[in-house]
Write a new protein. Sequence first.
Length: 73
Amino acid sequence: MNLSELKEKTITELNQIAKDLNVQGFSGLRKQELIFKILQGQAEKDGLIFAEGVLEVLPDGFGFLRAPDYNYL
């Protein structure tokens, strides 16, 4: 399961995934927050998170994974 797949799901489907992953405190969350909680739960279970985009690395070492859906110009 990756970020792109989660974005396409409904809140009901995301709630079921969160329940299956034993994520705590997921009810009433907005879709973006729920996806983040699911990714946290998946990372705790599997140790990995997969996403797609362009990685922007700043000189101080911080980085941002930019989604192709948004224009950051």
